[in-house]
Design a protein around this ligand. Sequence first.
Ligand SMILES: [Zn+2]
Ligand SMILES: [Zn+2]
Length: 405
Amino acid sequence: MGLYGGTNTLLCVHRVMVSISSYKTEHSQRSVVFLRYNRVQCKTTFYQKDVMHELIVALHLHTVYSDGTGVHADLAAAGLKAGVDVLIVSDHNVLVNDVEGYTQKGKRRLLLLAGEEVHDRTASVGGNHLLIFGHKVGLTRYAPNRQQLIDQARSAGALTFLAHPLDDPLPWLHERSFAWTDWNVKGFTGIELWNQMSEFKTRSQSLLKAGLHAFFPGFMMLGPTEQTLMLWDELLLTRKHPVVAVAGSDAHAHTFHAGPFKAQVYPYEIAFRSITTHIITPQPLSGEINSDRRMVYEALSAGHCFCANDIAHSTRGFRFTCDNYDGTFWMGDSVSAKSGLTLQVRAPIRSHIRLLKDGKLALEVRDREVLTYLTKEPGIYRAEVYIDYRGRHRGWIFSNPIYAV
Ligand SMILES: [Zn+2]
Ligand SMILES: [Zn+2]
């Protein structure tokens, strides 16, 4: 596969510098647009609607190489059963990347990638865990200096996400908080907006609730906490760069004991069926590891993704797009609002859809599959979708923003 037909155009649009280069690949046609957003240049990619693909990524996973209970092959087998396309393993302070590759079962193909979750073991308080994806050499030696760690990861071409940025302690289980506390850092790719283990801690403040959530995971997930959503909105408004949100399992498959009962919290397969990150890509997995790895990390880096709770109902098919005279744009993209925007949220089934601008509600619809919003106002637009499941109104989908300038 080769690129051909490249062109470059430079346009000046009211405070916004736009550089468009179009090129075709064998399977897709896309354009790359550079917008000056918040005084920082960020890259925008828009694709033709009909060539988009959706891959389900389960990320933030632990194996026996740190404090998980399964080996990589167990995770891959569980991933195939659960129907995910990509696993990104991130053991604590160790990069085990000679396990990267595909597992195939029938027509289904799963790609396993390896990153790491780095934290300073010598710190007096826990927390400040950093997920690093896409590097070739472990970066644990930089753990004591978070900014240096992020900078080193960036210069290695890797992505960095602040893991479980808000995290409650669970006193009755002697579990501490592992929240992110060093807010002087900059230059990170994004945050883990939704972390399944963190949510378990938040919602299981009694033994009874923990037992219920361990045995019946579907009852637990309600969405990222309000505080975490507020934190993300604040970061989006105050940071000089996009802040990508991802959803992680933090899967360990530990065994939980409650009196005479015991259960795994959560088995890998259950974890992979619940909190995942869906990425939008120009192609399906090709089976060529270098290009597939690059494609997955490019989609995450650009924020072409949404956080999903697939246990309530499959979120496959969710789309948040924006049309203007330049074309169709996706989550993570920056667009010029000057000529007017048509923002559209499409949910897989009738649900409660909310569109937020700069963290505040702009429009919501209930019991609908589509929300459409016309505007000329610059702002950071993102979508949330809620669904009724097991007697509760639950957070189901949280999109990355479209940045209108
Ligand atoms: Zn962690
Ligand atoms: Zn973890």
